[in-house]
Design a protein around this ligand. Structure first.
Ligand code: GLP
Length: 244
């Protein structure tokens, strides 16, 4: 795993945006795997600036998102549909018809997950997957468990994740308890992965990612089997901390 330790969140955002822009400039119709959460917001802002400055063109880019709450309407400001429009899609020249997010309103979750797997296949697979990391080591919404589902699936959120994500909602009771998410196998099938981690709250999860074990109790540790992963983190999230 390649590791980039940054001095600040701004540097982390710049560093991640540079990798995404390079990917798009190398392959104009590449497939980006996109993530939500507060961590990638800075990177999306830098990408929007680069797009406006004519440094990167998203007009032919296709995108698939990692996950979505379930059930949730795309108009709900806490939905990942809404998040992506607010934080990226409305700010760049991507064709909305080329953006794909799991349907949080679907009636048949199993069929929706199957559709999403087939869709990724039909796009030719993900060229670059962006990931954040949960405080408990989750990636997408693959929560720590005794076993992990390889494919896109409906999952129950842990108390830890519900509590961590409640900061975005008016009340913790409004946080959905379920989500649709790409599976670990879906994520690992991406040709390249960048994982972003910012702040001391992520240090334990990053530490488990960097130690020698691979365990379903730390879903991010599964990334160790992938040949092309870059971890971009700030000093607070990095277990070596200030000494790096
Ligand atoms: C959510 C998302 C994850 C994200 C995580 C961390 O649970 N499903 O994809 O990595 O939040 O979010 P944040 O970056 O806000 O800490």
């Amino acid at each position: 795993m390649n590791i980039i330790v940054c001095d600040s969140y701004d540097e982390l955002s710049e560093s991640a945006a540079k990798i995404v822009a390079k990917q798009v400039n190398e392959k104009a119709d590449c497939v980006l795997g996109l993530a939500t959460g507060s961590t990638p917001v800075g990177m999306y802002n830098v990408l929007a600036k680069k797009n406006k400055a004519g440094e990167v063109d998203f007009s032919r880019v296709r995108s698939v998102n990692l996950d979505e709450y379930y059930p949730i309407s795309p108009d709900n400001p806490q939905s990942y549909h809404y998040f992506m429009k607010e934080n990226l899609f409305s700010k760049i020249n991507i064709d909305m018809a080329n953006t794909h997010i799991l349907d949080g309103m679907c009636k048949d979750a199993e069929a929706e997950c199957e559709r999403f797997e087939r869709l990724i296949e039909s796009l030719g697979g993900v060229d670059l997957q962006i990931l954040g990391i949960g405080q408990n080591g989750h990636i997408g919404f693959n929560e720590p468990d005794s076993s992990l589902n390889s494919h896109t699936h409906l999952t129950k959120l842990t108390e830890n994740t519900i509590s961590a994500n409640s900061r975005f909602f008016d009340d913790i009771s409004e946080v959905p308890t379920m989500a649709l998410t790409m599976g670990i196998g879906t994520i690992l099938a991406a040709r390249k992965i960048i994982l972003l981690a910012n702040g001391a709250a992520k240090r334990n999860a990053v530490s488990e990612l960097l130690d020698n074990s691979i365990t379903t109790e730390s879903p991010a540790s599964m990334l160790k089997v992938h040949k092309n992963v870059i971890l971009i983190c700030d000093r607070d999230a990095y277990p070596g901390g200030a000494n790096v």
